[in-house]
Design a protein around this ligand. Structure first.
Ligand code: GDP
Length: 422
């Protein structure tokens, strides 16, 4: 049996989707354990190019059971759209299971999130405005609705009516916003019943069976360490825990049963949305990385902020995740750069620090760089470690040192084939 949590080592968008798609070729179960439809896991394989938001990236292997886990919040409209999109590309959906305990993200939440974000003015959180934080807040307030309620349309209709009416009062009375059409929304939700119910399941029983049968299980994280609710750059974080501790709770796996934590690390840094990002480049190099790396959000299309590798953030991620192995992605984006910079410390109020301060202080931190040699030869055609230039190997070894784990996977292009085992 192997149970591997696949976790982002940086600010998100490291290429977790690609790595899960690859590993799922050889896995019986994949569980998305947190987050909602704000994910944009990009997969490029023999079926085409896909941006998956909620459905796990193992869906392309018909022999893999793909679970939308208990720790997620499910935007039903988006889920239906995603199921339709995949079905139209010939991807079967009978291997998709939704935890009956996962929470619904209601259509009122994106409206509420937009109003809250606007009210913050210049202190915006840079949210994707998909309603994720109100959905998790409702869950914590214990006014959430679990997906299993789809089995009881009458009760679901009553609960939705109460919640949406209450939500409308908040929207209209506090923000002067236009109310959501409650009967229309309930009608639409109930019209999905026949599509949702066949996928609902007791995922705990399935996972327990999987463990008894020595299955290979992948736990698919969304976003990355620096966006973790507890350990990330609060408040510019997501509303759940991408860390492997979140994987145990969100999937429903005893923590000691997780046999490995695979950290996915991009060869440079990117960050989408607001928040401190010390190595951000506002110059031509930043624009070059964005263009060559095609760094635009898969869900929102927003240009990603790009910068040099941040070893302080990587060491922080290493302590929190306890990586047992890593996958290094997007080495090809750095092809042709004469020298690369790595941030090995921050200058904060005149003092060198090597730990991660609070986000409020991280805004003032200036990166202290070391230069390392780049490589001229293209790496995108490489299919083995020995085909990589010596400088690329050295750069990977540096990353291994920061993360305290050996690279098992090297990625040099978006396609599934542009990957090899080290
Ligand atoms: P995720 O959310 O961690 O799955 O990452 P995203 O899918 O949001 O962003 C990663 C982007 O990089 C996607 O567009 C991938 O197709 C792409 N990608 C992944 N690995 C590589 C790689 O090794 N090289 C290049 N050029 N692109 C990659």
């Amino acid at each position: 049996m192997s149970i591997t949590a696949v976790v982002g080592a940086q600010w998100g968008d490291e290429g977790k989707g690609k790595i899960v798609d690859l590993l799922a070729q050889d896995a019986e179960i994949v569980v998305r354990y947190q987050g909602g439809a704000n994910a944009g896991h990009t997969v490029v394989n023999n079926h085409g190019k896909f941006a998956l938001h909620l459905i796990p990236c193992g869906i392309f292997n018909p022999a893999t059971v793909n679970i939308i886990g208990t720790g997620t919040v499910v935007d039903i409209d988006e889920l239906i759209k995603e199921m339709d999109m995949l079905a139209s590309c010939g991807i079967a959906m009978n291997n998709l299971m939704i935890s009956e305990r996962a929470h619904m993200s209601l259509p009122i939440y994106p409206l509420l999130e937009r109003l809250l974000e606007n009210a913050r003015g210049v202190r915006k959180h840079g949210s994707t405005l998909r309603g994720i934080s109100p959905a998790y807040a409702a869950k914590a307030l214990r006014i959430g609705v679990q997906m299993g309620e789809f089995r009881n349309p009458k009760r679901l209709s009553e609960t939705l009516s109460e919640l949406l009416t209450f939500g409308n009062q908040v929207l209209v009375n506090n923000f002067g916003a236009t109310a959501l059409d409650v009967p229309e929304t309930i009608g639409r939700f109930l019209s999905y019943t026949e599509r949702i119910v066949p996928h609902l399941g007791d995922t705990l029983a399935l996972l327990q069976g999987g463990m008894r049968n020595n299955c290979r299980i992948l736990l698919e994280g969304q976003l990355g360490t620096m966006r973790d609710l507890d350990w990330g750059i609060y408040p510019y974080v997501t509303s759940s825990n991408p860390l492997p501790g979140g994987a145990a709770a969100g999937a429903g796996i005893p923590p000691h049963k997780i046999t490995g934590v695979l950290g996915v690390v991009k060869a440079f840094s990117t960050c989408v949305g607001a928040g401190p990002f010390p190595t951000e480049l506002h110059d031509d190099t930043g624009r070059y990385l964005r263009e060559v790396g095609q760094e635009f959000g898969a869900t929102t299309g927003r240009p990603r902020r790009c910068g040099w590798l941040d070893a302080v953030a990587l060491k922080y991620a290493s302590m929190l995740n306890g990586f047992t192995e890593i996958a290094v992605t997007k080495l090809d984006t750095l092809d042709g750069m004469e020298t690369l910079k790595v941030c090995t410390g921050y200058l904060l109020d005149g003092e060198r620090i090597e730990h991660m301060p609070l986000a409020a202080d991280l805004f003032r931190a200036e990166p202290i760089y070391e230069e390392v040699p780049g490589w001229k030869e293209p790496t995108s055609g490489a299919r083995s470690w020995n085909e990589l230039p010596r400088e690329t190997q050295h750069y990977v070894e540096l990353i291994e040192g920061y993360l305290g784990a050996k690279a098992s996977i090297i990625s040099v292009g978006p396609e599934r084939e542009a990957t090899f085992w080290k």
